[in-house]
Structure formats: structure tokens, C-alpha cells
Design a protein around this ligand. Sequence first.
Ligand SMILES: *Cc1c(COP(=O)(O)O)cnc(C)c1O
Length: 477
Amino acid sequence: MNSGNRAVLSAGNEDKELFRKEISDTVEAILDSICDDAAFSGIDPYVLRKKIESLPLLPEEGDGWDKTLESLKTSVLPDMLRTWSPCYMPHLHSPALIESIAAELIISAFNQSMDSWDQGPAATEMEVKVIKELCALFGYSDGDGTFTSGGSQSNISALIALRDKYLQENGWDAKKHGLPSDFQKLRIYTSEISHFSFDKGAHMAGLGYEAVVKLPTDSLMRIDTEKARRIIGEDYKAGLKPFLIVATIGTTDFGSIDNVEELRKIADEYGAYLHADAAYGSGAVLSSYAERLGNLSLADSITVDFHKMFLMPISCSTLLVKDRNTLETFQLHADYLNREEDEEEGYINLVGKSMQTTRRFDALKVYVTFRTRGKDGMKEIMDKAIDNAAYFYSRIADDSTFIAPVPPMLSSVVFATTGGDDENKAIRKALMKEGIIIGQTVFDGRTMLKFTLLNPSINHITLDRIIDRIRTLSKSL
Ligand SMILES: *Cc1c(COP(=O)(O)O)cnc(C)c1O
């Protein structure tokens, strides 16, 4: 059954009715699929692959909405991961706040694009406003920024923009000429446990992995700033060109926070820029623990992910820059899209600040969520996550079944049972079969388990129950 020309929204009642039906059917299907607290059905990957492979993708004649929805209900939704489950805690992958899912529906229904004003008038003005207020929140008085597809894109954009700015100040226009002949001297310094997007970025920017120097961390998994000063100083004396230091504000595994104040001093000593990768930790700016982040306004740019601690649907991230001219590196005029004369007439074309062209109106999720919850509501969410991690750590820190080497600064706890690598790996897999999904990583050459506590519906009872289950498994495995 095809719905013929009833295909897109219009002022006609039939189209509106079709929209209402398909969206409300979808809402019902989502709600019906949630029947318990488990994070995952536990299905075997080969069985699931077969099930999905057998679905017709492009039948000769369309199956129509009802049959397609039915296939989702029977073959897809049951094996989706339930991010809202209190038993899901392996990654920086959060459940989405309900009002931000509503915003997502508006984003899709109106399908604005952020490249030029005429493709999203209210959307453009809203993104400009949200960016301005985010700059103020992080202490930038004359900053700017752009929404991106995620922390990786924010970091890579920062790397390229700050490299171009550094080269410009040294008399080289990278935008026009590409890399200078001595480009192999350029260096980026980042924690040995920083996110791999800097390696990817260095590769894509034509500098190569070897341009990224990994700085050693201290016992709390923060950059050891004494060693950093020495390493960067020696490189500088040897004729290398440190152009960027990265402070990770919330490392992906440990949530450890590099010292922005010290790294700023080192950056200034050697003429480098400082980027704060706060993809994870930025949420804590709205918590009672904001001072743990340090003074992020000292950084030249900041990555903020809204799809991690802020609990908004993927994707939602920004890159903020202290000097509003930093994003100029992405400006390029096309006659068909963003004519220079538009800007003279007051039309803002945001394409000039981004490596993307067509781009989602993700800023709406920030507006809707912040306005709905306010500072108080957001603080409650952030505090819950951070307090849960502190509680979990306090429960296992003095327990002889466990080792937990790093006290949490944000909402992640890395720990292990004393039973060794095999036991810890087996515990994670056993829990997964029971629908409880936790993380696994390596610390000091040892297999460790990891809780990333973002979901505000996780409470002490949930955590106690899982600790007991792990203790039991540790005895029986
Ligand atoms: C998650 C994360 C990133 C990457 O962000 P995406 O949104 O996944 O692209 C970068 N840096 C840190 C510290 C992160 O935790």
C-alpha cells in the first residue's frame, strides 16, 4: 500500500493526518518495546546478523508504513540497546532527556540546514544566540563557535584552525599554500591518555601521527606538568615548533582533568596555543563541582559535547573559540550559497565557520533542554552522576575484592577484582548476558572494568546490586 503523493508535510489535512499517525504509531512502538530494565536482549551477534540480513531493503513494490513498522517492532527494536537502562554504563554514551528527543523531532520535521540564512532563518539566529551564551558560560567575552558532529570533529577543527593561526602569525598562509616546507617540525602535545581524534586529526591535517607527542601522566592520570615543561622545552630548543598543547578536561576512561592553568603557562613560554578537550568534562560546568575543571577560559578553544554528560541525543557538540577570528580559516565564498553581499545586508551564513556544508540544527536541543530544566535542573543531573561515581568508589576502595587506583573527578570509575585479567574479562561478559553492560579498559598493563555513570536514574541501590553481583561472580569464576 503506497500513500501516493502523500509524502511530505503540507498545509493539507491529509498530509497532517499521515504525519500524526506515523509519528504516534512510532511513539507507541518505542514505548511498547520498553518492558524491563535490561540494557540489551543479550542476542548472539551471528543470530542478530542473520535476522537483520533477511529483511528486504528495497522491495519492487513498497510494503507500506504498517508492515514496515511491524518489521521494526519484531526484528529491530527488540535488539536495540536501551541507553536509558540503569544497567548500561560502559561508555560516554548517554540516555537522551525526553524534552531533547522532542526537540529532535522538530529538527527532523523542519529539516533546516545551518549553511545559509535562507535555509534556516530562525535556526541560524538561534545557533548564533546559543553559541554566544555558551561562550559566556565558559568565560569567553568575545568568542565564537560552531556546532559540530561530535567531539572528534570539534577537536580536529580546533587543530586545523589553530595550526593555520600559528602559521599565519609566523608569516605563512596555509589556507593558500598548504603546509610550509619545514612542516615536519610542527608538534602537538597531548596526554598519553588523550582522545585518538588528535592522532586522526594530525594525519588528516597532513602532519602525520609523529607530530603528536604524548605527555606522561601522574598517578591521578593527569598530564605531569613538570615533565611536560621539560619535554616541550627540549623539543623547542632542538628547533621543533610546538604549536598546540591539549588539556583533556575529563579523559575518556578515567574522567581525569589536566591542569589548564599550568598548561597555559607552558603554552605561553613556547608560543603555542592551548585547546581544552572538554568533550566529557564540560557538563560539570553546570554542577556543584565546576571548580574541578579549572579556568577553561584560559584555553584558546574548547570542545563541548552535549551528547555525553548533558544527555542530549547524538549528535550535539560545539567547538568554542576565544578569538572570534579563529574560525575564519573555514571561510570560503560560493556564488550559489553564501555571497559576500549577503553578510553586508545582515544575513548570517554560518557555513563559513564549519568544515561541514549541510548541517543539522542541533542548537535547538540545547535551547529546549536548558530552558526546560534551568540551572537548577541541569545541576541536579550533573551532581547525580558525579555523586554516584563518588559513592561507587567509596564502596569498593576499601574492599579487598577490588582495586580502584584512581579516585573519580567526574562520573567514571575504573576498577578490577583482584582475580586477574581473565576473571575480569569473564565478569564483563557474564554481566552482558544478564543485560548489564559495563566497560573494559587497561591500566598499568592490567585489564580493568569501568563504570561510566551518566544516567540520572542510576541510584545507590542499583550500584550496590551490581557490586554484589560482581563479588559473587568473582567467587564463582
Ligand atoms: C568522546 C570524546 C571525544 C570524541 O567525541 P565524539 O563526540 O565521540 O566524536 C573526544 N575527546 C574526549 C575526551 C572524549 O571523551
